[in-house]
Ligand binder design. Structure first.
Ligand SMILES: NC(=O)c1ccc[n+]([C@@H]2O[C@H](COP(=O)([O-])OP(=O)(O)OC[C@H]3O[C@@H](n4cnc5c(N)ncnc54)[C@H](O)[C@@H]3O)[C@@H](O)[C@H]2O)c1
Length: 352
């Protein structure tokens, strides 16, 4: 298979970790006989410095013409005081909005090798956790009408039937490939947009008879994630609720440097990135954990290129390296072998 991949390292550790992801992709192409080519683009703070814009046209065009995107992270204290229209985060919203990446997948997995990092009691998480949060990414309150005057400010949560249907269908389809349980999260006791959301989930459910559906209000869902996270498999929800719940779910795993994400379009074109930020405190020091980005590559192979064996191989290689006790500083515990960003990338590529 021939594919052209847009690399958008961004700022801070983005630069350190995207290089390791490419190492792993290069090994995959050798091993499985594919041809991956790359172009690198600026976005975020580095793009503001170079061009005055967080998302230069060249980046947007290059990403749109690629087969898939791997992004590191954007932002840092250097750009924190800029007005909101030219903040680094605008690059992310711009890429998601302009490329129609409406479906955000965020797995929250507790690896058995790292179970002691989970902040919950062992009897609550049992022998592991594997939750997939499916979040609507280009609608709802982050994109609705907003305004401000001297005495008030407002944001609007508006969803169309089509926007809800397409994300709920993705939720059902993903649930079908997992344990066939989907929990839809809303605030239908108060919000009109949530009542429409719930009606649509109920209307579509008969088309997916193999999936068992439940509903939770978002406040209860936030509580249940801590009280009994194992009840969840797929959680499907809107933009605002998904933003908060996916961060909560990731904290349960205790390892921010381990969690990948995908943002997909209808035709499965996607942008893949770790869930963490640009970690300016450790940038350029060869200590960042590259595994979240490497697992994002695994998601890209699975969801955009349909290369299941290759994706499984990436995940197995990560597991093998953890089994062999190699750890970056963020997941290190006594008795383990401490390695840097580059060494971790090399080890995973070798394990492939
Ligand atoms: N998607 C994105 O690009 C994204 C997401 C979140 C935050 N940000 C931006 O990143 C900057 C820093 O934000 P923050 O400090 O709130 O969050 P962060 O995720 O960058 O860092 C939080 C903590 O986790 C550590 N950490 C994060 N990733 C790590 C990794 N791979 N390996 C080891 N340690 C890791 C950091 O050192 C830090 O102590 C801000 O400018 C923020 O706006 C960007």
């Amino acid at each position: 298979m021939k594919k052209h991949i847009a690399l958008v390292p961004g700022d801070g550790i983005g630069v350190d970790i995207v290089g390791e992801a490419v190492k792993v992709l290069d090994r995959i192409q050798e091993k499985f006989g594919h041809e991956f080519t790359y172009s690198t683009y600026l976005a975020g703070g580095c793009a503001i410095d170079a061009t005055g814009k967080p998302l230069p046209e060249e980046t947007l065009k290059g990403c749109a013409e690629s087969d898939s995107i791997i992004l590191g992270a954007v932002g840092g204290p250097k750009w924190d005081k800029l007005p909101s229209e030219i903040r680094p985060e605008k690059a992310l919203l711009g890429l998601r909005g302009e490329l129609g990446l409406f479906c955000n997948l965020r797995p929250a997995i507790i690896y058995k090798q790292l179970s002691e990092a989970c902040p919950l009691k062992p009897e609550i998480v049992g022998d592991g956790l594997d939750i997939m949060v499916v979040r609507e990414l280009t609608g709802g309150i982050y994109f609705g009408e907003r305004g401000r005057d001297e005495n008030s400010a407002y944001d609007t949560m508006r969803y169309t039937v089509a926007e809800i249907e397409r994300i709920v269908r993705k939720g059902f389809e993903i649930a079908q490939k997992r344990t066939k349980r989907m929990c839809s999260v809303d605030k239908a006791n108060i919000l009109n947009s949530s009542q429409l959301w719930r009606e649509i989930v109920e209307r579509l459910a008969p088309e997916y008879p193999d999936v068992s559906v439940s509903h939770l209000y978002v406040d209860n869902a936030a509580m249940q994630l801590i009280r009994n996270p194992r009840q969840f498999d797929v959680i499907v929800t809107g933009n605002l609720f998904g933003d908060i719940l996916s961060d909560e779910a990731s904290q349960i795993t205790g390892s921010i440097g381990m969690l990948p994400s995908a943002s997909l379009r209808e035709d499965s074109f996607g942008m893949y990135e770790p869930i963490h930020g640009s970690a300016p405190d450790i940038a350029g020091k060869n200590i960042a954990n590259p595994i979240a980005t490497i697992l994002s590559v695994g998601m890209m192979l699975r969801y955009t290129f349909g290369l299941t064996a290759e994706a499984d191989a990436v995940e197995e290689a990560v597991s093998k390296v953890l089994d062999a006790s190699y750890r970056t500083a963020d997941i290190y515990s006594e008795g383990m072998k401490l390695v840097g960003t580059k060494e971790m990338g090399d080890l995973i590529a070798q394990a492939l």
